[in-house]
Design a binder for this molecule. Structure first.
Ligand code: SAH
Length: 343
């Protein structure tokens, strides 16, 4: 059956005609799904019972079930574990910032990118998420917290550009004025660096922020951390980022997870500065989040500060990512792993 929550308003209009309903019903349905965040057809109380029944017969209606929620005692960050229609699990995170609430969503169940420090990839890729299932994470959190979500980051489990078409459809639905109408400027998509998809994304005419997980200043080190580095060099990535900026005018964010003794040296900071010189960008330093199954440790505080200072001295815009929810398995995929271990 068709997944009704993944349809655009235009597609829904055509569907209404197909099942013998008036096209104006499409907008009502769309708003129930994407604005009033109905969890099923029965909640759509101003629609005729006959229409609701017909919809239930013809379409799948995705909904998430909360399995667990952990709230950080340190900063109030909440990490949710949701069950999808087929029983698979995804994680999403709710964070409160001064500039508004932010939700970090997953784009796949598991991941096939194989990054050495990341928990999401340990069991490989199980499947991609549908556009509706990406939206559902935001909708469920909005309902559960009763708070408005103003920023969305696609930085949970999975590689969003490895689920390209669904990601694009998700972005369009999220931005639709008959839905949550979240501005593209408030959306960040993070990638491990799939060059062809990054180029394609640059040409879509979107104004989202692209974040690139760089994590190393040489190809040699990057290959040890990220298998994708065997396919694309850092030079190619930087060139692609420059192209993305040229096409979209959006400043690139570079993510750099600092791991003690791996990529946190003075020479790394120098090389990184040289790589990014002249590029309109921002560097986000993330002290690596230690994952039980992985052997990485955070550098000492003084190393992190020295790394940041070096970049700043070289004129690079840099922040140290506030570690949200460290006490609640904040790193990607950790909560899901723990749940699976219990099952
Ligand atoms: N696949 C995408 C998005 C998901 S990961 C990507 O690679 O960008 C979101 C970010 O968290 C990435 O920068 C990823 O490299 C980083 N990350 C994953 N595990 C981490 C860990 N244990 N500590 C710090 N950062 C981690």
């Amino acid at each position: 059956m068709q997944d009704i929550k993944s349809l655009t308003l235009e597609e829904l209009k055509r569907e209404m005609e197909r099942i013998g309903e008036k096209p104006f019903r499409a907008k009502q349905l769309y708003q129930w799904m994407h604005q009033k965040l109905a969890r099923n057809f029965d909640e759509m109380t101003n629609l005729p019972l006959s229409l609701r029944a017909k919809c239930a017969e013809n379409y799948d209606y995705t909904a998430l079930k909360q399995v667990r929620m952990q709230e950080s005692a340190i900063d109030g960050t909440r990490k949710y574990l949701f069950e999808l229609g087929d029983g698979k699990l995804v994680e999403s995170v709710f964070m409160r910032y001064q500039h508004g609430n932010s939700v970090c969503i997953s784009s796949q169940v598991g991941c096939r990118m194989g990054c050495a420090f990341c928990a999401s990839t340990i069991g490989g890729l199980e499947r991609c998420l549908a556009p509706s299932e990406m939206l559902d994470q935001i909708y469920a959190i909005t309902l559960l917290t009763g708070e408005k979500v103003s920023n969305v980051v696609v930085m949970g489990c999975g590689e969003p550009l490895d689920n390209y078409d669904n990601l694009l459809r998700f972005l369009a639905l999220l931005n639709d004025e008959n839905g949550l109408h979240i501005s593209q400027r408030s959306v960040t998509v993070s990638t491990c660096g799939l060059v062809p998809e990054m180029r394609r994304l640059a040409e879509e005419g979107l104004s989202i922020t692209l974040a690139l997980s760089l994590h190393a200043s040489t190809d040699e080190t990057r290959k040890k951390l990220m298998p994708i580095a065997n396919k694309y060099t850092i030079a190619e990535l930087i060139e692609t980022c420059a192209y993305y900026f040229e096409k979209t005018g959006r400043r690139i964010t570079f993510e750099y997870a600092l791991a003690g003794g791996v990529n946190d040296g003075n020479e790394d900071a120098e090389r990184l500065s040289a790589l990014l010189k002249g590029l309109n960008c921002h560097v986000n330093l993330i002290p690596v989040n230690p994952v039980k199954e992985r052997n990485f440790t955070q550098p000492e505080k003084s190393y992190i500060a020295a790394f940041k200072n070096k970049l700043e001295k070289n004129g690079i815009n840099v922040t140290i990512r506030r570690e949200m929810g460290r006490d609640i398995d904040g790193a990607c995929g950790q909560l899901r792993r723990r749940q699976k271990a219990l099952q």
